[in-house]
Write a new protein. Structure first.
Ligand code: NI
Ligand code: MN
Length: 225
């Protein structure tokens, strides 16, 4: 499977010829100026919560590509009002099979409102059970609920925020990695804004100390996962 990083918490995973795009936030990201939003293809867009730094380009990409947007019930209702008709609403605890695999929605300890102030429902993480299993936590605090993740799937890699301030920092992300029993972590949600600036070398060394691998792909880079 291929993982492409688009900056902040936006990434794509290509599996079985299906392209999954997560938390599209590209055009407002100063660090992602080299990425052309118009060139991004998607069959599915998964939105963890309604904050602008996770949904900014969702309407535009969904309209252009016709991708199915998987999100909370409340975000689904909001997207319908923006003219995005191909949506699949879910909520925490629910799972559903799609052509690329199964999506299990799990707890994220965060908040969720849409850019216009509309309530966004529960923030969520996603466990994707498919060709290779993986977990994207969305924006979240470290939470004991993460101990349930390995009961849903033995993950090949996981995508966790490491930027602190609004979410887990790298220390809590390393604790999360042990809870979810996964030693290959792709770090996201760092360095986009001054609030979440971190020293990435320290973060990588911190992971190494406990036998974990922290991958921080360059924006625009594609890696095998
Ligand atoms: Ni957020
Ligand atoms: Mn965020």
């Amino acid at each position: 499977m291929k993982f492409t990083y688009y900056g902040h918490s936006c990434f794509a995973v290509e599996t079985k010829g299906v392209r999954l795009l997560f938390d599209p936030f590209i055009s407002p990201n100063e660090l992602a100026k080299a990425i052309d939003v118009e060139q991004i293809e998607a069959d599915y867009i998964l939105v963890s919560h309604g904050h602008a730094d996770h949904i900014a380009d969702c309407v535009q990409i969904a309209r252009r590509t016709g991708a199915t947007v998987i999100c909370s019930w409340e975000i689904h209702e909001w997207l319908q009002k923006q003219g995005v008709t191909n949506t699949h609403p879910m909520n925490t605890g629910g799972k559903k099979s799609f052509d690329f695999g199964t999506v299990k929605c799990v707890v994220a300890q965060h908040s969720s409102s849409l850019p216009d102030g509309t309530y966004g429902g529960n923030p969520m993480g996603f466990v994707i059970i498919g060709e290779r299993h993986f977990y994207y936590s969305g924006d979240t605090a470290l939470t004991m609920d993460m101990q349930l993740v390995p009961q849903h799937a033995q993950t090949a890699f996981c995508v966790l925020p490491i930027g602190d301030n609004f979410t887990m920092g790298y220390e809590d992300a390393a604790r999360a990695a042990h809870m979810i029993q996964c030693n290959k972590i792709i770090g996201v949600h760092y360095n986009t804004f001054p609030y979440i600036a971190i020293d990435t070398e320290i973060a990588i060394k911190h992971f190494e100390k406990t036998g974990l691998e922290l991958l921080l792909p360059e924006i625009g880079a594609t890696i095998d996962v």
